[in-house]
Write a protein that binds this ligand. Structure first.
Ligand code: LLP
Length: 424
């Protein structure tokens, strides 16, 4: 849960007065706590202490350059999935030698850019991709490292849309295809395929699916070894869940997760790689928004916010539950609301039948747990410019992404085309 605090009617995050911040920067705005991110990084580093482990932050969770710079300063690497994320990671100061590149649809141009940047390793997801990497690296005369993503056919017991480790999912390869990949790679002088990778899903709150998948990978590693394909790195992906609601089950303690990795690979003397995204940043962020108006409804009133599904998509896409905290002076009486945005579809709903202190137009509201997959999944749907992003730390704040202007949103478009006269 995001650590916002209230004292004498003033709500703060990392010592920054959220009302003053909203007045200065406007709403909707994402606000991220540096202290929380740093604490999570330290906790994870502590949990894997003693292991030869590298933490490569999954950029997709929150790709803001300032957030990436926090990761860089703490010595973390990056897990990227596109040429755009490669540029972000490099620009934020994450060394190429700490970058791993995952994803089923890497294009030739993206592979070329990553080889030229000198990234640490590619997480290969298909035999075709392996062949393409071989052609590119041979052409460029550059030796590249690669790991193969194994699909362990394990149910992560999370939301179907963010489950990635079942046989029917598009991710990774099965064991038969994996053998073919290792045999093919042995023929390619410029690809050193000496790693395994897995990632079974996101927001996983039980240890068993992790254990099961880790067991598959550990077993396959031994078979490869015996067959003369030594494995030097194992990337266990991300997926560690957070607690979005007090009524939700307690997620896996990070030390238990690290210990499961430790015991699965007790007899492995290579490098382990972790790719956490959500766990590092989700709780650090809020979406700061104002009530536009309260509208009576057939069943209960609608609390209409100035943030919409274009700003925070998770409730609409995954029926995700986020804490919602009105930040006006404490109001004794509560009311049940449907909390919605201004976007023109009914999926633009943050909460249904939520019991909240009575709210009115202009009140400030914080949506909690919005540091991961919030701003990164925002769009300009309904031609709503992208929200601002702010980093707070020890009573200070910095706008780390300006609110998009309408002009910037329209850049690159023109009211012309074949058979269309220029607008007067
Ligand atoms: N590694 C790979 C290969 C991934 O695909 C992902 C996330 C991660 C690491 C990081 O997973 P995490 O530690 O954040 O769970 N938009 C969804 C989440 C999609 C996750 C996609 N892959 C959401 O808002 O819940």
């Amino acid at each position: 849960m995001t650590p916002i605090t209230e004292q004498d009617g003033v709500w703060r995050l990392d010592g920054v007065d959220l009302h003053a911040l909203a007045d200065a920067v406007g709403t909707p705005t994402y606000v991220y706590s540096s202290a929380t991110i740093r604490a999570r990084i330290a906790e994870l580093q502590q949990a894997v202490r003693g292991l030869d482990a590298r933490i490569c932050y999954a950029v997709k969770a929150n790709p803001n350059l300032a957030v990436l710079a926090l990761m860089a300063h703490a010595g973390l690497g990056a897990d990227i999935v596109s040429g755009g994320e490669l540029q972000r990671a490099l620009r934020a100061g994450i060394p190429a030698q700490r970058i791993v590149f995952s994803g089923v649809g890497k294009t030739e141009a993206e592979i070329v850019a990553a080889v030229e940047a000198g990234i640490w390793r590619f997480n290969i997801e298909s035999r075709d991709e392996l062949h393409l990497l071989c052609r590119v690296s041979s052409r460029l005369g550059t030796l590249v490292n690669a790991a193969l993503r194994l699909n362990p056919d394990v149910d992560a017991r999370t939301h179907a849309k963010i489950s990635t480790g079942r046989a029917q999912n598009k991710f990774g390869v099965d064991r038969d295809e994996a053998w073919r990949c290792f045999a093919d790679a042995a023929e390619c002088a410029y690809v050193r395929l000496d790693g395994l990778h897995m990632h079974i899903g996101s927001q996983i709150v039980e240890l068993d699916p992790f254990r099961e998948a880790l067991g598959h990978v550990a077993g396959f590693r031994k078979e490869l070894d015996a067959a003369g394909y030594p494995v030097r790195s194992i990337d266990v992906g991300g997926g560690l869940g957070v607690r979005y609601a007090l009524h939700a089950p307690a997620p896996v303690p990070v030390q238990d997760y690290a210990d499961a990795i430790r015991s699965a690979f007790a007899d492995f003397d290579g490098t382990l790689v972790l790719e956490p995204g959500r766990w590092l940043v989700a709780d650090a962020g809020i979406l700061l928004t104002r009530v536009i108006r309260v509208k009576p409804g057939a069943e209960r009133p609608f609390l209409i916010l100035d943030a919409g599904m274009n700003d925070l998509l998770r409730p609409a896409l995954y029926d995700a539950w986020h804490g919602i905290v009105p930040l006006h002076a404490r109001e004794a009486s509560t009311r049940r609301y449907d909390v919605v945005g201004p976007v023109c579809e009914s999926s633009d709903t943050f909460a249904v039948d939520r019991d909240l202190p009575m709210c009115g137009a202009g009140d400030l509201v914080a949506i909690l747990g919005a540091g991961a997959y919030g701003a990164s999944m925002a769009s300009t749907y309904n031609s709503r410019p992208l929200p601002a992003e702010v980093l707070v730390d020890a009573g200070c704040h910095a706008v780390v992404r300006e609110r998009q202007t309408v002009e910037a949103m329209l850049a690159g478009e023109a009211a012309r085309g074949p058979g269309i006269e220029p607008a007067p």
